[in-house]
Design a protein around this ligand. Structure first.
Ligand code: 8YV
Length: 324
């Protein structure tokens, strides 16, 4: 009997373990942009994102999409549910790497590492113009977390246990474990904005979180405070962020995510100096990337074997039994 077809992005081929797992139950094909439409017609499972109605209409045999990431705001979950296609994602396995990235940006902003590097390369002369301005000691400072879920919690642990910072947070749900173990104090978003020395944004992008940090919230921040975003660009209103950074209403920002990715070359953010930018690399570590691929493969194998719902189905589809 012919094995069902599974479609993968070509980079997955570097994970031997994943290829072995999938080959036992499926025939593997790699995505070829030139014949993608054709490839979709008989595909049963795929690793990817950006799934919309058009793709679903072409993929009548599709049973499962494994999103290579924890956020799935680029997938139309309602359309997938209507087409009885499971959407799985990769919660948990990348929390450490994203939390490390938050700290990377936070430290780089605070200690002006980008300017410092430039200063050394351009000819280090004692206290010549370009010498980095003073940073702050992290010990005793207040970290504000917006979204204290899996990733937020890892950021919190690093800051509280490692840097001896104190922790305040806003979330739609209280995190009692963090309150007990890390002394986290829950408060409304506006208070987190007002009281923090460093803010880390760790919510997923939904209709409730889009633009949740706008001009009003940004202007509540201390003028010595920094905001770090590794979640999704549209959670912070980017036009307002450009304004508060250029008016120096806040000390700076560390951004791994943007409203449009890749960020357009003429974006006003690129002209500002009081921020550190990275190209959406929060989960880009060897460990996380491999674990994400393994998690994706597990979910596809489950569905092919009829073990449904698969283990990492998105919350909106939890408990749903799709039979195709
Ligand atoms: C991925 C991410 O880099 O997990 C997420 O939601 O943003 C990242 O891990 C991104 O999804 C690209 O696949």
């Amino acid at each position: 009997m012919m094995k069902p077809k599974v479609l993968l992005p070509s980079f997955i081929s570097r994970y031997e373990k994943v290829i072995k797992m999938l080959s036992l139950v499926a025939h593997i094909e790699y995505i070829d942009a030139n014949k993608y439409q054709e490839q979709l017609t008989d595909v049963v499972g795929m690793i990817g994102g950006k799934i919309n109605e058009k793709i679903l209409q072409n993929a009548l045999k599709l049973k499962v999409v494994a999103r290579y990431g924890v956020g799935y705001d680029d997938c139309d979950v309602n359309a997938m549910t209507q087409h009885k296609v499971y959407l799985c994602h990769t919660p948990g396995v990348l929390s450490n790497s994203v939390a490390d990235m938050v700290l990377t940006l936070l430290l780089a902003c605070n200690r002006k590492i980008v300017q410092a590097d430039r200063y050394v390369r351009e000819g280090w002369e004692d206290r010549a113009p370009g010498y980095p301005s003073y940073g702050l000691d992290l010990q005793g400072k207040t970290l504000g977390i917006v979204g204290l879920g899996r990733i937020g919690l890892e950021v919190a642990k690093r800051c509280v246990k490692g840097f001896e910072m104190s922790l305040i947070y806003f979330d739609v749900n209280r995190n009692l474990k963090a309150e007990k173990e890390l002394g986290a104090k829950f408060m409304p978003l506006d208070d987190v904005m007002k009281k923090s020395d460093f803010i880390s944004v760790n919510v997923s992008l939904t209709s409730r979180t889009i633009g949740m940090i706008g001009d009003e919230q940004l202007r509540m921040m201390k003028n010595t405070a920094y905001i770090i975003n590794t979640s999704r660009g549209p959670v912070i209103d980017q036009t307002s962020l450009v304004k508060v950074l250029s008016e120096e209403v806040i000390a700076g920002a560390g951004l791994d995510v943007f409203e449009i990715e890749p960020i357009p070359k003429n974006d006003p953010l690129l002209k500002l100096q009081n921020l550190v930018l990275s190209p959406h690399i929060g989960s880009v570590t060897e460990e996380a990337r491999e674990a994400m691929a393994v998690c994706n493969a597990n979910n596809i194998v489950s569905v092919i074997k009829g073990e449904i719902p698969p283990p990492n189905v998105v919350p909106e589809q939890r408990g749903m039994m799709f039979k195709k």
